[in-house]
Design a protein around this ligand. Structure first.
Ligand code: TYD
Length: 213
């Protein structure tokens, strides 16, 4: 199963990824946790360019995120899924849709097309989106540590609006939670959603007469 976590900077998604990782490992599952941009040697170099490098035009930025993502999918995510591991990804293509497609104004459809080509159409089975008041997210973050965080409050608000739009558009895949809730409560809600999804898959497999993965 392929699960991604999304949200504005300061939404608490990385904490939730770590909590889910620990819960799944405790159940004895093989879990591969990775992050974007990054997760491969090339991806980490692209990350440094994107977050600490010089000014980048919006399409160059989108293309670099897509390049790092293509590498991560080929080198890490597909091989892990093929051997039956659960993959947890801290950000995936929805980040590009929200930040580059909508907040930077490149266009949702065009950025989606670029990214679907880059990853050979691979989408997460589930995307957990942590929604939080962008002002509160800014307070949680404190001093900005990278180029995109330095964009400031109005950009963060645009990214928040973008994520809400994505949650409506991809409602079968994206599950949104209130990121202001206590971390342990959110973690329990995420595990409950996954348990329900697993039951639904088992029901479907039974109905179709196929073995449950
Ligand atoms: P991330 O490492 O998740 O930062 P943090 O852990 O502080 O949330 O992401 C780095 C920044 O890159 C973040 O501001 C979001 C941005 N980003 C995009 O603009 N597009 C993308 O496709 C991705 C993956 C990230």
């Amino acid at each position: 199963m392929f699960i991604s976590f999304e949200g504005v900077d300061g939404s608490g998604k990385s904490t939730q990824l770590e909590l889910l990782w620990a819960a799944l490992v405790a159940e004895g599952r093989e879990v591969v946790a990775t992050r974007e941009p990054g997760g491969t040697e090339l991806g980490e170099r692209v990350r440094a360019l994107l977050l600490d490098g010089p000014t980048i035009t919006p399409w160059a930025e989108a293309a670099l995120f897509a390049a790092a993502r293509a590498e991560l999918v080929e080198g890490v995510i597909r091989p892990a899924l093929a051997r039956g591991a659960t993959v947890l990804c801290d950000r995936y293509l929805d980040s590009s849709l929200a930040y580059q497609g909508l907040a930077r104004g490149l266009g949702l459809e065009r950025v989606l097309e670029l990214n679907l080509s880059a990853v050979g159409g691979l989408l997460p089975d589930r995307t957990f989106l942590l929604l939080i008041d962008p002002l509160l997210a800014g307070e949680r973050l404190g001093e900005p540590t990278d180029r995109i965080e330095r964009e400031g409050q109005s950009f963060r608000a645009a990214v928040d609006a973008a994520y809400r739009q994505l949650a409506a558009r991809f409602s079968e895949r994206i599950v949104a939670f209130d990121g202001a809730r206590p971390a342990a409560e959110l973690a329990a809600q995420i595990r409950a959603d996954l348990a329900l999804a697993a039951c639904a898959r088992a029901d479907l497999a039974r109905a179709e007469g196929t073995p449950v993965a």
